[in-house]
Ligand binder design. Structure first.
Ligand SMILES: Nc1ncnc2c1ncn2[C@@H]1O[C@H](COP(=O)(O)OP(=O)(O)OP(=O)(O)O)[C@@H](O)[C@H]1O
Ligand SMILES: [Mg+2]
Length: 225
């Protein structure tokens, strides 16, 4: 079944676009088709998708509040996964994107300030989706962590999130050179260096992403065949 996910964060530069790219490359390895919606006027994601030269990854840019719903409704049913890379937070594009999504992922970094703000973001998302016809499932993903081992800062971050009842992916996206390289080449860790630590990380994240969506109820505003 085609699935639609929005990627949002209050802060800029958290790692939304990198998360979208990493998931897209791994979904392609699983022979899934991917539609990327680039809501950022800087169009980094759209340019990246073109560098990738992959007929299984379509990208639509200049997505704004005026066209996001229609774009999803008309195009998402033709792809296995639609990933919506949002530009800012608290704007109408974001709300309209949520209104046609099955899931919302909020990437966060790990400091106290980051987590505090992410908790606030999550609550705004939870509130705003209350006014929509369909409430997408939402979860936080901790990104740009330093190592695979569970550190003290990680425990702090997770306990603050859980104190506030914020659901969080078990898998984190670790800071990796292969993920920076991906932004140049269009190819993910699994395509460049299969079975590397970065590949294993992205695969685990994609597994969790797929199960998150499997549990999320389909948004009735998007027709599926
Ligand atoms: N897991 C990672 N490993 C290495 N570098 C990363 C990782 N995640 C993000 N980065 C780097 O962090 C920077 C910001 O990432 P990115 O552009 O994905 O964030 P963003 O949330 O989309 O930013 P914006 O709000 O400007 O759209 C980039 O330099 C990117 O290469
Ligand atoms: Mg971005």
């Amino acid at each position: 079944m085609p699935r639609i996910t929005s990627f949002a964060s209050t802060k800029g530069g958290v790692g939304k676009t990198s998360l979208v790219m990493a998931l897209a490359t791994e979904l392609r390895r699983r022979e899934k088709t991917v539609l990327l919606l680039d809501c950022d006027p800087n169009r980094h994601l759209a340019e990246w998708a073109r560098r990738r030269r992959d007929s299984g990854v379509a990208v639509m840019e200049e997505i704004t509040e005026t066209n996001v719903r229609q774009t999803v409704q008309e195009n998402a049913p033709r792809y296995d996964y639609t990933l919506i890379d949002l530009a800012g937070f608290g704007n109408l594009t974001m709300l309209y994107a949520f209104s046609v999504s099955d899931g919302v992922l909020i990437p966060t970094q790990q400091s106290f300030m980051d987590i505090k703000e992410t908790v606030r973001t999550f609550k705004v998302v939870a509130d705003s989706v209350g006014v929509l016809k369909h409430t997408p499932a939402s979860s936080v993903v901790i990104v740009r962590t330093q190592a695979a081992i569970e550190s003290r800062v990680d425990r702090h971050a997770r306990s603050l999130l859980s104190e506030h009842g914020v659901p969080t992916f078990q898998t984190e996206l670790i800071e990796r050179a292969l993920l920076k390289e991906m932004t140049y080449t269009g190819h993910g860790p699994g395509e460049v260096n299969p079975d590397s630590n970065a590949d294993l990380n992205v695969r685990a994240l994609a597994d969790e992403f797929v199960s998150f969506l499997a549990e999320a109820s389909p948004n009735p505003l998007v027709a599926r065949g």
